[in-house]
Design a protein around this ligand. Structure first.
Ligand code: FAD
Length: 320
């Protein structure tokens, strides 16, 4: 009989883990609480406008991830976003999804067994492995588990579960920390004043990043994404979203003239970039009766590349 695994989280980490297991003849079910796949590699539509409101681009440092990047370029899923030379933050090329960042997880999701709208609320052990329960009242069983959700959410999940991890495992998870990020998505009736190729980062003020999704090539009509910096996002996380959106757009009026704004939406990311990570690529839970591995961008080099490497190597550990 095939070995089987449940992967919690259909972000890039969980999707790549599922792929590696399936290639090796495992049966895998991926569960995600979201409506779609991709997690923080997210692209939203508002009318005709399209926005990358989570991750904006990625770079490649490791040979393994470079190979993956080449595969998605060849498949016409990703392309290079040439940012302005001379800006120290963007001195080398960055990669983006052709139709937005979510193109990449959508491509990875093809052929996988993924259940969306399935929030895992507890984990327990069975005679042959594990059982997870979801908010919708469903139960899934498998021999092994890979958990790729942000560490604070793992801790919440463990608290509600009948399995328990060792103190040292819990300490590692507690030490992984993420910045929040407030994102504003504005639909515009004219182009922004952002110079080519449409992305700028800031060291001062309340905003860390602004992108022109039209120049980026992912939106058929004019639209922009603004990311508030961690300090502003922490202070204003629970404030009125409409007021926050107006304040951040006002701060960007040099780049987005007020009379060009047709409307806007605001999204709160409780977890954006993992700024305190565990240096290992994944973590094996040492006191659970079935194989359980924690993975995601809280491990290794972080960001999209780190999440990819973490998921892939977590799966290989399970195979070994
Ligand atoms: C605003 C913002 C800007 C960013 N900018 C960049 C950037 O420019 N470059 C870059 O490389 N990275 C960037 N990142 C970070 C990057 O998006 C992440 O590092 C990467 O996508 C993480 O992938 P992951 O698979 O580890 O986690 P995620 O993408 O978070 O996937 C985890 C999944 O688990 C699901 N989940 C959570 N809890 C449960 C549960 N209980 N049951 C079921 N499912 C659950 C979630 O819905 C999610 O889909 C940014 C992130 C944000 C939010």
């Amino acid at each position: 009989m095939k070995k089987n695994c449940i992967v919690i989280g259909a972000g890039i980490s969980g999707l790549v883990a599922a792929h590696e297991l399936i290639k090796n003849d495992w049966k895998v079910t991926v569960l995600d609480k979201g409506k779609g796949v991709g997690g923080r590699m997210a692209t939203r539509r508002a009318g005709e406008a399209r926005f990358d409101h989570g991750a904006q681009y990625f770079s490649t440092k490791t040979p393994d991830f470079r190979d993956f990047t080449q595969t998605i370029i060849n498949a016409n899923v990703a392309k290079e976003w040439h940012l302005e030379a001379g800006d120290k933050a963007f001195s080398h090329p960055r990669m983006i999804g052709i139709n937005g960042m979510s193109s990449i997880p959508k491509f990875l999701a093809e052929g996988l067994s993924i259940k969306t709208n399935e929030k895992v609320i507890s984990i327990s052990d069975t005679e042959n492995g594990c059982q997870v329960e979801t908010e919708s009242g469903n139960f899934y069983q498998a021999n092994a588990l890979i958990i790729t959700i942000p560490a604070p959410q793992v801790l919440e999940l463990l608290e509600k579960s009948t399995i328990s991890c060792s103190k040292s495992t819990l300490e590692i998870l507690q030490n992984i920390q993420y910045h929040p990020c407030i994102a504003v998505m504005a639909t515009l009736n004219q182009k922004t004043n952002l110079p080519k190729p449409g992305g700028l980062s800031f060291e001062t003020g309340n905003i860390s990043w602004i992108a022109d999704n039209f120049q980026k090539g992912i939106s058929p009509i004019f639209s922009a994404t603004i990311h508030a910096n961690p300090a502003f996002s922490i202070t204003h996380f629970d404030d009125d979203l409409n007021l926050i959106g107006k304040q951040l757009l006002e701060e960007m009026k040099e780049w987005i003239p007020a009379d060009s704004i047709e409307g806007f939406q605001v999204h709160r990311w409780r977890y954006s970039l993992a700024f305190e990570r565990n240096p290992n690529e994944f973590l094996i839970a040492d006191s659970i009766s079935f194989p359980t591995i924690f993975a995601g961008d809280g491990f290794g080099i972080g960001s999209i590349e780190g999440a990819y490497i973490s998921g892939k190597n977590a799966a290989h550990k399970l195979l070994a």
